[in-house]
Ligand binder design. Structure first.
Ligand code: NAD
Length: 328
């Protein structure tokens, strides 16, 4: 009998899911990817790819029942950057679509007795009241309660953390949950309104000639930490191989303002560009990851430097911008 491990990756057409499939293939897994859309920027590395809607429970049963999976990674979610999540216009869709996917996948995993399940939660579950200053000292896992996320996206994530936690308690499932803090890197959405700050800054700088102007929502003093996708996945794999069942931060603690993030992007092409601040959705004032718990439990924490990941991301986005311009 084959000893090759089998993994199911939901959200494999997306940014982190696509990188996760690559990583699992490198580790020797047989991988099935599932997503409502095909990967946008490169061919999937999955052995098998099902294009379908995980809001449909029949599809969820189908993709989990013909293969005995050792591991399930549930990353599918209706999400986007600040422009999508914080405008308020997509609240009902975010709540409905992501909760449906999670309810279906929890149930499908229970029925087919999947070995272990990973769920990608978010730093957006943390209470708004702890993120009112730009000088954020890091959010600890225990800060999640009393709950008070600033977006419906955060509330749905909190609901689904609890959903998988209750399946673990009541049905003896092995569940691992990470709270991702702003993951970035190549092969992610870089235009169209769902892109996050690192990709948005790289695109704006790459599109703008020396001496030009870019627009930025808010005063740019709001702070965040950003984690390069490879290191995020190192954390995910370590978490899956651990006995940690409660939610764990996977994020960087290198705090930067969005103004400085834009300047970092400018530095790769030595461009001088003016930032024009305009009103727009910005989310909380400051957010960082406290990595004490992950260090304690996994003996590991993210250590890569933001500038290194940003350089790789800028390179890839500048290529996309150039290709688009050439094709226009
Ligand atoms: P992404 O949008 O690139 O990937 C999510 C994928 O889910 C998309 O490809 C989308 O098509 C798919 N999807 C959505 N609804 C679906 C449905 N009904 N059926 C099938 N597929 C569906 O996002 P990402 O950045 O790769 O994020 C992956 C996960 O990590 C998400 O759960 C997200 O909430 C979480 N997360 C990401 C970040 C980040 O900074 N990227 C931060 C915190 C949490």
């Amino acid at each position: 009998m084959s000893t090759q491990k089998k993994a199911l990756v939901c959200g494999a057409g997306g940014f982190i899911g696509g990188h996760l499939v690559e990583r699992l293939k490198r580790e020797g897994y047989w991988v099935r990817g599932v997503d409502i859309k095909m990967p946008e920027f490169r061919k999937t590395a999955a052995d098998d790819f099902t294009q379908g809607d995980l809001r449909d429970p029949v599809l969820c049963d189908k993709i989990t029942s013909d293969v005995k999976f050792d591991e399930l990674y549930q990353l599918a979610a209706d999400m986007g950057g600040a422009g999508y999540v914080f405008s308020g216009d997509h609240d009902a869709a975010i709540m409905h679509n992501s909760a449906m996917v999670n309810l279906n996948m929890a149930e499908a995993a229970r029925k087919t007795a999947i070995g272990k399940l990973f769920y990608s939660s978010s730093a957006c579950i943390y209470p708004e009241r702890l993120q009112l200053d730009t000088d954020n000292h890091g959010l600890k896992e225990s800060d999640a309660y009393p709950a008070g996320p600033d977006s419906e996206y955060g509330w749905e994530k909190l609901f689904s953390e609890r959903l998988y936690g209750s399946y673990a308690r009541n049905y003896g499932m092995e569940v691992h949950v990470a709270r991702f803090h702003n993951i970035f890197g190549p092969y992610g959405t870089w235009e169209g309104g769902r892109e996050k700050a690192p990709a948005a800054m790289c695109r704006k700088v790459a599109e703008t000639p020396e001496g030009g102007t870019i627009e930025m929502w808010g005063d740019g003093e709001q702070t965040r930490t950003f984690l390069y996708v490879d290191e995020c996945l190192e954390g995910v794999r370590r978490l899956m191989n651990s006995d940690v069942s409660d939610p764990v931060n996977i994020g960087s603690d290198e705090l930067i303002s969005i103004n400085d993030l834009a300047k970092m992007a400018m530095s790769f092409d030595s461009k001088n560009i003016t930032i024009k601040h305009i009103p727009g959705p910005i989310g909380v004032r400051g957010r960082s990851s406290d990595n004490t718990y992950i260090q304690q439990r996994l003996g590991w924490r993210p250590t890569s430097k933001l500038v290194d990941g940003m350089r790789e991301t800028y390179k890839w986005i500048a290529e996309q911008v150039a290709q688009k311009k050439a094709g226009a």
